[in-house]
Design a protein around this ligand. Structure first.
Ligand code: AMP
Length: 588
């Protein structure tokens, strides 16, 4: 397939922010894509070459790309830097520079998607001392044969600056339309995606085997399953209203969610955001096969830091000490953990997703032998508000965050925030002290002590209906110097020239970011706002909701996807709840 077809589509997509148009362009693109290239196209659209969990990163730095442009254009690095500074985007700078060149030379070859993909793959796999030179060679050979437009997209993919704003849902819509003629069939694609976390593989299946192939999609060991999530409730009373007569309550531990894939002695661990985190937990890799009575299994657990002397649970932040490149062995000794199992998703060749919770829990208790390291998450069956309150008290006293409530007769809903699981955190009982997880979408430069860093961040909540990130407040308090530095570093990788089309904000920031980072804030109140876009028109026409006196709690929620941030539905609930509390108080 000619790469020019893809480059033309990318060019059109970059110029629009409308989801319908994006879908249309994608449908056209898939229409022009041979079956065996579809998966490659899907990865490239997302600026990747393989699904995230494989951890294959292109990792090309700007400096290196500039050297490659210099090599194929015959210009000096200085000239390229100049052009880059003028345009603020290396892809566009390359277009300009290479345009001059193509006026004087002939193109040697038509480059194909396959060739670009294979070359990117080779670049990602290169390691060692000579790898830099080889990378330059590979890139410049592509640039030599590319048109200026093609070159600009090759560079954007390489540098990770291709920002189309196409969400996975949009890609799935387009795949359903292109290969089955109807958007309605997206459900089947979603299911396949939820059990494989590999959109390329799903695309390849729909293209080659049609809807039936996708419907028969099965769990594959060592391909992570997208996790089931919980809605929140604020009281024991509401829990009973939503869960019915009898249900399970488990401790909600404050650690890191880990999905374990085990086959004999082979173990892989995936985080909640599906990153392969095996390297941070050599202790789990070593000990779990011994605690497991199964040949093959996919299990879910919460890894929690503990005080070795007392066995007490320690907060989540303790675990983050393990996120380091070197000397992991030392961190393992310094920050011991226990692994607390709460679900089984696959057992000896069979999916357990359709099995009801009660049976899954039984199976889990049968196949995980408890010892000092491997535990079952404490669980009890509850019926009354008193039962819940007692168990919640126990959980908090053991250093946990609250309870997870789970319906006894329901399956495991991969990838969705269903109503079958609820979370009851203690802090939710104190309505306005509630914390929110919000997405960082923009920033304003700091003054005084904060010069050279971001002084204030612009935050957004997630709107599930429109799949957008709606501005909800600016936050400038609660930052220590250390956190400011850390945030500046994390965010500088996410700066964008063109605002991501999924961002919905009337307020103009100094800098815009790719919506990728979630942080936790508390606020004194939720108020109506003429500027902010969260839950616009829901409470009052032409008004959105905003946080008053927001404050950063210090928690950067690296383990969260932006789609897991607080939703507008939750914000509206909190808003109404605070009104109700104020009203009740006035009656007292
Ligand atoms: P939240 O991060 O507040 O949305 O809460 C959901 C998270 O709670 C999950 O992703 C898990 O990491 C964690 N968790 C702790 N205990 C449990 C449990 N018993 N069942 C499910 N998730 C749990």
């Amino acid at each position: 397939m000619k790469f020019s077809i893809l480059a033309d589509s990318l060019n059109k997509m970059e110029l629009t922010a409308k989801r319908l148009e994006l879908t249309q362009y994608l449908v056209e693109l898939f229409g022009n894509t041979p079956q065996d290239v579809v998966s490659k196209i899907v990865y490239l659209l997302q600026g990747k070459i393989r699904p995230d969990f494989e951890g294959i990163e292109l990792g090309v730095a700007e400096k290196l790309a500039m050297k490659a442009i210099a090599k194929s254009s015959g210009n000096t690095i200085k000239k390229i830097e100049e052009e880059y500074r003028k345009r603020g985007d290396l892809g566009q700078a390359a277009t300009k520079i290479l345009e001059k060149k193509t006026q004087t030379t002939f193109l040697v070859e038509n480059i194909t998607v396959e060739r670009v993909y294979e070359t990117l793959f080779k670049i990602a796999k290169l390691e060692g001392t000579r790898s830099q030179d080889m990378k330059i060679k590979y890139i410049s050979s592509l640039l030599n044969d590319a048109t200026p437009l093609e070159a600009s997209y090759i560079l954007k993919i390489l540098l990770g600056t291709l920002r189309l704003g196409v969400a996975e849902n949009t890609v799935m819509d387009a795949l359903a339309i292109a290969y089955t003629g109807s958007k309605e069939n997206r459900k089947a694609l979603e299911h396949a995606y939820n059990v494989s976390s590999d959109l390329g593989k799903v695309a390849e299946t729909i293209a080659s085997k049609g809807l039936k192939g996708v419907e028969e999609f099965e769990i594959t060991l060592f391909n992570p399953i997208r996790p089931m999530l919980a809605d929140r409730v604020k009281s024991e009373e509401e829990s009973i209203e939503k869960m019915g007569i009898e249900f399970a309550a488990e401790y909600k531990l404050d650690g890191e969610r880990v999905q374990l894939h085990v086959e004999g002695e082979k173990v892989a661990l995936f985080s909640r955001s599906l990153e392969n985190i095996s390297k941070y937990y050599p202790d789990i890799i070593e000990k779990i096969p011994k605690a497991l009575l199964a040949d093959q299994a996919i299990l879910e657990a919460e890894a929690v830091a503990i005080n070795e002397n007392t066995g007490e649970f320690l907060p989540f932040q303790e675990l983050m000490h393990r996120r380091r490149k070197y000397k992991i062995e030392k961190a393992v000794l310094q920050y011991p953990i226990t692994v607390n199992f709460f679900d089984v998703l696959y057992y000896n060749g069979k999916s357990c997703l359709e099995i009801e919770y009660r049976q899954r829990r039984k199976l889990l208790e049968k196949i995980v032998k408890e010892d000092d390291f491997a535990k079952h998450v404490p669980m009890t069956i509850v019926k009354t508000e008193n039962d819940i309150e007692d168990f919640l008290e126990n959980s908090i006293n053991s250093g946990c965050e609250g309870l997870m409530l789970k319906m006894l007769d329901k399956p495991y809903q991969a990838g969705s925030r269903g109503k079958y699981w609820l979370k009851l955190k203690r802090e939710y009982r104190n309505e306005l002290g509630d914390s929110l997880d919000l997405i960082v979408i923009g920033a304003f430069f700091g003054k005084g002590r904060r010069t050279g860093r971001y002084g204030t961040l612009l935050l957004a909540s997630y709107d599930e209906d429109t799949d957008t990130f709606t501005s909800i407040c600016k936050v400038g308090t609660g930052f220590t110097d250390e956190k400011l530095d850390q945030l500046y570093q994390i965010l500088s990788d996410k700066v964008t020239i063109k605002r991501n089309p999924r961002i919905d904000s009337e307020m103009e920031a100094d800098v815009w970011f790719e919506p990728e980072l979630v942080i936790e804030v508390v606020a004194s109140e939720i108020t109506l706002s003429p500027i902010h876009k969260a839950a616009r028109d829901v409470i009052r026409k032409d008004a959105g909701l905003a946080l008053r006196f927001p404050k950063f709690t210090g928690k950067i929620r690296v383990e969260k996807f932006v789609e897991d941030a607080s939703t507008n539905e939750e914000v509206v609930t909190l808003y109404k709840l605070q009104k109700k509390v104020a009203h009740d108080k006035s009656l007292m």
